[in-house]
Design a protein around this ligand. Structure first.
Ligand code: HEC
Ligand code: HEC
Length: 289
């Protein structure tokens, strides 16, 4: 597989049956490994894409199923062989505790890895349809949250495995490039944070903090502006509780909505951190006992 781009398909994956019959002979264990370079590769890929398109009908039928549930099945079929069915790693790394997966937002980091792979390191590019990738992303995010919540990997997860960073570098980043000090203080809201959370939970809080209410400002056609705590927001309707506590709702296409998310800064930082920044910050936060 080294150095060449390949397409690996589980024989029982939804795309398995799409492969032309002579290729069925090219079964490696339960996988089909097919070079995707050159004209032949192009042909295979178009067949697979064509089949993927014809699958959209059946995908739509299962659309009412939960994305993480579909993602779990897809993951087990396309990724489980290498990453373990529960994504905690097998012949390929643990994705539940992967910094890249933890930093992902809506697939922005995971999707390119799935599409392009890292062929030189044993991860093939998998040309899956966008919605399948999104389902897999939803599944991986769910696994990360479950792992952080589960007591099994919570309090007893060995600190040494997380504590590989440099606390001084973390402090410098906190007060400098990371701009953390503009919202937090080690002597104020973050005092004793390392006592408050077990190591793995602290890392999760750093990467995906909770709390901080999302508020909305709705501007109606007549120009009236109403702000309040979000109740519901999707492409069809928006509702909130206004300052006086009243519930108000509107069809989405009749108002303008602006969203104020106190965790917006955190989400944006996820795309900026390097792995070293995260490890250093974590080592620094662990000193706040
Ligand atoms: C043939 C084995 C194989 C398959 C199949 C496979 N992977 Fe991987 N994957 C790997 C290997 C090996 C690595 C580590 C590459 C490296 O060291 O950079 C990896 C790395 C990754 C990473 C990056 C992790 C990190 O922390 O940098 C992600 C995300 C990932 N795989 C997701 C997936 C998903 C999702 C699927 C299924 C759609 C999948 N992989 C299928 C072998 C595989
Ligand atoms: C624009 C403001 C802002 C910036 C900048 C910011 N945060 Fe936060 N952070 C928040 C908010 C809001 C929360 C949600 C919890 C709360 O309300 O305190 C939070 C939560 C956290 C938590 C979890 C706290 C807990 O008790 O659960 C940690 C840890 C944290 N941030 C670390 C950092 C670090 C490290 C940086 C810099 C890399 C940073 N934050 C930058 C606003 C910010």
């Amino acid at each position: 597989m080294q150095g060449q781009s390949v397409l690996v398909l589980r024989v029982d994956s939804p795309l398995g049956p799409c492969l032309p019959p002579p290729r069925a002979a090219a079964v490696v264990a339960t996988y089909k490994v097919i070079p995707t370079r050159g004209l032949f590769g192009l042909m295979i890929r178009s067949i697979v894409y064509f089949c993927a398109a014809s699958l959209i009908g059946s995908l739509a039928a299962s659309a009412q199923q939960h994305a993480p549930v579909r993602g779990q099945k897809e993951f087990a079929q396309s990724c489980g062989f290498c990453h373990g069915e529960d994504a905690t790693g097998s012949r390929a790394p643990d994705l539940v505790r992967s910094p890249l997966v933890n930093r992902d937002s809506g697939g922005d980091l995971i999707a390119p890895v799935i599409r392009n792979g890292r062929p030189d390191k044993g991860m093939p590019g998998l040309p899956l349809p966008d919605n399948t990738i999104q389902d897999i992303v939803a599944f991986l995010h769910q696994r990360v949250q479950e792992a952080a919540r589960s007591s099994r990997v919570g309090s007893d997860y060995p600190l040494e495995r997380l504590l590989t960073g440099n606390a001084d570098a973390g402090r410098a980043y906190f007060n400098g490039a990371g701009k953390c000090a503009s919202c937090h203080s080690p002597a104020g809201d973050l005092a004793g944070i390392a006592k408050k959370y077990a190591p793995l939970n602290l890392e999760e809080r750093l990467l995906a903090p909770r709390g901080g209410f999302v508020t909305l400002t709705v501007t109606t056609l007549s120009g009236e502006q109403i702000s309040g705590k979000v109740d519901h927001l999707d492409e069809f309707s928006v509702s909130l509780h206004d300052a006086a506590g009243w519930y108000r709702s509107w069809p989405r296409d009749q108002v303008k909505v602006s969203v104020h998310d106190p965790l917006q800064a955190h989400r944006e930082m996820l795309t900026k951190y390097t792995d070293a920044d995260i490890h250093n910050l974590f080592a620094y936060l662990e000193t706040l006992k």
